[in-house]
Design a protein around this ligand. Structure first.
Ligand code: 13P
Length: 250
């Protein structure tokens, strides 16, 4: 059985007091991890160590980014070995904000995943098309090419990788993909994973939806056969709305 996952990506939001307050709210809500259901949060790096030390096991904590190098002269960067050493267990790779704003290409993303896996971190690998690509009916080929880099990984390695489908036009816009659009893309991703890794590995890979996912649309989205949870941005910055979304995970 594949895991059902709700993950909160805080992005570059919240000052120290606000972050602490949200974190305490989340701890108090005993979000729970059981029966293959998992909750993850991805706060900004500066809060990671403190949060990991205070974690009560309600959720796992990951980093929003990782550098592919182990250490060295990479000013401002954080490596997988450093994240591992503070008890971090997950990392996001391939988020559209990193691909577009920080020019991360396939080679960089591949190196990042390699490094994360080498240090035992689980990866959420994000993919998603732009509005133009969708309008020009290139959304499936875009996702196909983004997933293709995963063929570098073994069946053993793919067990540590989950996918997040995040259409760029839905991120932070309030324009969620319709259940039909999301279901179509998640079915497609599952098929592509099958071509790359076979049925068993494909069946066991969690595929999350991201893009304006909120308490008002999570229920119907999470009912889709191949949607195994969500990667949540804005709605993860409030403990009540994040918790509501988690409760729709069946
Ligand atoms: P929003 O939920 O704010 O649209 O962000 C989605 C996202 O980018 C999560 O990684």
């Amino acid at each position: 059985m594949r895991n059902k996952i709700v993950a909160g990506n805080w992005k570059m939001n919240l000052d120290a007091d606000e972050a602490e307050s949200l974190y305490r709210d989340l701890l108090n809500k005993s979000l729970g991890q059981s029966d293959g259901k998992m909750t993850l949060i991805f706060p900004p790096n500066i809060y990671l160590k403190d949060f990991i030390e205070k974690n009560n096991g309600s959720f796992e904590i990951g980093a929003q980014n990782v550098n592919a190098q182990k250490n060295g002269a990479y000013t401002g960067e954080v490596s997988a070995s450093q994240l591992k050493s503070i008890g971090c267990s997950w990392v996001l790779v391939g988020h559209s904000e990193r691909r577009t704003l920080f020019n991360e290409d396939d080679k960089v993303l591949l190196d990042k995943i390699n490094s994360a896996l080498e240090y035992g971190l689980n990866v959420i690998y994000c993919c998603g098309e732009s509005l133009n690509e969708r309008k020009e009916l290139r959304h499936k080929s875009k996702i196909q090419s983004q997933l293709a880099i995963l063929k570098a990984f073994s069946l053993e390695q793919i067990k540590s990788i989950s996918i997040a489908y995040e259409p760029i036009w839905a991120i932070g816009t309030g324009k969620t993909a319709s259940p039909d659009q999301a279901a179509e893309m998640h079915d497609f991703i599952r098929e592509e994973l099958k071509i790359l890794f076979g049925s068993e590995a494909s069946d066991q890979t969690s595929i999350l939806y991201g893009g304006s996912c909120s308490p008002s649309n999570a229920e119907v989205l999470f009912k889709c056969h191949n949607i195994d949870g969500g990667l949540i941005g804005g709605a993860a910055l409030n403990a009540d709305s994040f918790r509501s979304i988690i409760e729709f995970l069946k």
